[in-house]
Design a protein around this ligand. Sequence first.
Ligand code: ADP
Ligand code: MG
Length: 698
Amino acid sequence: MSEFLNTPIEFLKGVGPLRAELLKKELSIFTFGDLLEYFPFRYVDRSHYNTVAELFQLEGHAQMKGFITDVKEVTTGRNKRLTAKFQDNTGVIELVWFQGAKYILPILKKGIPFQVYGKAKLFGSSFNIPHPEIQELDKTDPLKGLKAVYRSTEKLSSKGLHSKGLEKLTSTLVQSLNRHIVEIFPQSMIQELGLLERETAVKQIHYPQNEELAKRASFRLKFEELFFLQMELLLRKQIALSKDKGFIFTEVGDIFMNFYSNHLPFELTNAQKRVVKEIRADFRKGFHMNRLIQGDVGSGKTMVALLAMLIAVGNGFQAAMMAPTEILAQQHFESIKELVKDLSIRVEKLSGSSKKSQRKILHEALENGEIHILIGTHALIEDPVIFKNLGLVVIDEQHRFGVAQRSKLWKKNVNPPHVLVMTATPIPRTLAMTVYGDLDVSVIDELPPGRKPITTEHRFENDRSLVFGFMKREIALGRQIYVVFPLIQESETLDYHNLEEGYESITRAFPLPDFQVSIVHGKLKPEVKAFEMNRFVEGKTQIMVATTVIEVGVNVPNASVMIIESAERFGLSQLHQLRGRVGRGADKSYCLLMTGNKLSKESKKRLETMVRTQDGFEIAEVDLELRGPGDLMGTQQSGIMELKIADLAKDGKIVALSREKAREILEKDTNLNLPEHQFIRERVVKILQEKPNWGKIS
Ligand code: ADP
Ligand code: MG
């Protein structure tokens, strides 16, 4: 990189030691180069303003100019806030800040024109704009063209580095750019994709001449960022394959054959067969397997996992399977034990609730290889378990395990075991490319035959008596019912209160001795939880009132009704998971989404989506669109949240393109030795050095 770009930020005109310190701390801007890569997050079209009157009709954000009147600050009590009236010649609206009053207050001067940007929200019966962006209307600034807006922080703003202050700094820097930024891509690629040159793109992103150039600059920089991300992922995979020698399971083995021919309780779906074949092929390659199985709820991942484990066992290795919850581990243990009861292999369970004495016995049996398959919760990796010869680890519902936990697995054998991760939370393809970019992905895209679609409906609180009536009819038909309440950490006390109230109202409406109601939540002792869960599994109770502890994996085929209370408070993927608990048996199944009458736009969209479709991938797309990738599982861990300009939720097409281009280059030039790839190579080497161990983990 050029010296210019590496110049420490304190040497920039307008940045003293104090501001430099803040820029480093708040935005990790250390050098000129860093500031140039601090991209605006939107542009203001200075030539267009909305009026206050228009605001009430607008769905989205609006930019207005007018005057501040009536500034009020409430500094005590629960209603702490700063408010100001904002007025133009069409009307008045209130601006509100719940935080940062001490930074905003000094800005709010009366009698001079201001520019305000924000979104109106309805509070009670009147509209206001919470936390608007606000600044004095700049008379020196000609009112035309696009102007970059930068994110700032309270601390930076207090030192004059709000968006406008940052813009001033960037402007100084951009003006002195003169071939300091070298082109990194080969000319052939620039031409093929019609990319702006790198330096041009950087200039245009901060100071676009027009909308068209702003778009092209943004495309070029997003593409570049995603290209290097994909390059990194592809190379890590390449490196892992060449370095890690995996155990070779030469045969499928007698145990597998015996089970497959004589004990399989149903015919595998074609998708299951295909995935088993993919796993078998991995086992024979001599490389270390790192495979993810994506399969919607109920697609039969457990059987695939079992078959993989039987191959490992048949080749003289041990296998382990980890589940995210105690209940799920118990259920896997029971069903797998039952499935293999006629084979001469030993299956055991280890979990947080295993007693010390019991643990000791298990440890010994694992160490001398008497146990073939171990099933457990994460206690399995926290525990000082030593295996004789661990060959395969299956991780169920993988998003519940952190990277750190998974990395411990690698230490469980001299050579790392093969790893199979399973998830029922499908993620969109373009996101998978990135989040799981260094894993091989198998998809079970077919449900076992005979599944009937689940009828999903949205019901309001006022319909409760009708819903109870429906429940009674289903119970009379011999069915079982889940009633799930939200439990969110921030409002735990209140949520438990709701859960208990809900439970009481259900026990009143469904009294003993005709009805039996179970309740399961996180505060119960594990024994009690297991006991209640078992009563339901065995059909002794008709209704299971629960929190989301039952969200993952639990399998009770006779349960055919899922009632989700306060459904507006659940995320889409959670709703989908919960619904997946029913529709597992032969009976017609239902999912009722109960909500109050007031619903936000987003909640409405979530509920509509649930009612409309049962396709996990489609639901995942909507989820991604609504929430952004930050909330989807796996993303925090993979470092993709550090993206500077690209957005995985919105830039799916660029993700796909960048992956294709990165792959093309590696196919032609595996080690990036060609002269035209020199700069790509330099950047990639740097990236790989900065994050050395990441690829080994998932
Ligand atoms: P998930 O993929 O959600 O983990 P499970 O493995 O729990 O799904 O399977 C759901 C149910 O489907 C189980 O009762 C299982 O026995 C059954 N099942 C799995 N595969 C098949 C198949 N090929 N044919 C019929 N039933 C199957
Ligand atoms: Mg499962």
